[in-house]
Design a protein around this ligand. Structure first.
Ligand code: HEM
Ligand code: HEM
Length: 197
């Protein structure tokens, strides 16, 4: 019987945390709201935790267990299409490419988001007029960064949401073709794995 990856609790927690935050910020909460920024910081926390875990975590969670390789991804695809199934302890080579693409895009999204959300020198603290009262004026939510940063944030966010849809499609297809329930493994931690595997 084919076996599923046995994801540890950190992988599962950070996966569903990131997925929830991305869906909330992409589709549910107002872009201009404070909650968007808080949800964004939650995404950053999960991402940082997962990336550290990729260096020091359990064996299957480490980057070294799923190195990016175009050749391996192609071989895996032709295996799948030919009905051959290989068991992978960690991400399969095709999934690995998608995982790095998702993380890379998310890094662009959150980095540009942080630049927009923080402005060390808000113009509302400018020296024009009465500079003393200007210092005590209410912070009016002036945003840092330029239009370009905002455009990059938007483009990367849309790319991320597109990749996430392809990702879920890939997970469903791989599960169907290989007979391994990958979603259950990401929820429950790999009950399919046989003893001693
Ligand atoms: C978690 C993934 C995220 C997604 C999917 C996301 C998505 C988006 C989208 C679609 C917009 C609208 C862009 C536009 O129409 O111009 C936006 C705007 C914005 N986002 Fe994010 N974002 C994310 C994370 C973050 C983070 C981490 C921060 C900051 C800590 C942030 C701060 C902002 C700000 C300040 C705006 C501009 C709002 C405005 O126009 O006033 N975002 N985001
Ligand atoms: C915006 C939404 C999502 C994002 C950004 C996302 C991102 C990711 C990332 C980065 C990984 C690698 C996990 C790791 O090694 O820590 C992953 C794996 C995985 N994701 Fe998602 N995900 C999303 C939604 C979903 C949904 C809705 C499902 C289920 C229907 C799902 C199922 C899985 C599964 C099963 C894996 C493991 C695949 C394997 O065995 O190689 N994801 N996802």
């Amino acid at each position: 019987m084919p076996t599923a990856p046995a994801w540890d609790p950190v992988v599962r927690l950070t996966h569903w945390g990131i997925a929830l935050a991305v869906v909330l910020n992409g589709f549910v909460v107002e872009d201009e709201s404070l909650i968007h920024i808080w949800v964004g910081y939650a995404a950053i926390s999960f991402l940082v935790l997962r990336l550290i875990w990729g260096l020091i975590g359990t064996e299957d969670a480490r980057f070294t267990s799923f190195p990016p390789s175009l050749a391996a991804a192609k071989a895996h695809l032709s295996d799948l299409l030919a009905g051959r199934h290989r068991t992978y302890r960690s991400h399969n080579p095709l999934g690995a490419l998608m995982v790095y693409a998702l993380w890379g895009t998310l890094i662009v999204v959150v980095a540009t988001g942080v630049v927009m959300a923080s402005d060390p020198f808000p113009s509302s603290y400018g020296m024009s007029g009465d500079s003393f009262t200007a210092l005590f004026r209410e912070y009016e939510g002036h945003r840092g960064g330029s239009e370009l940063i905002e455009d990059i944030h938007e483009l990367a966010a849309n790319t991320l949401l597109f990749l996430a849809v392809v990702h879920v499609g890939g997970v469903l297809l791989e599960s169907r073709l290989s007979g391994v329930n990958l979603i259950r493994a990401m929820v429950k931690g790999g009950k399919d794995r046989q003893a001693g595997e």
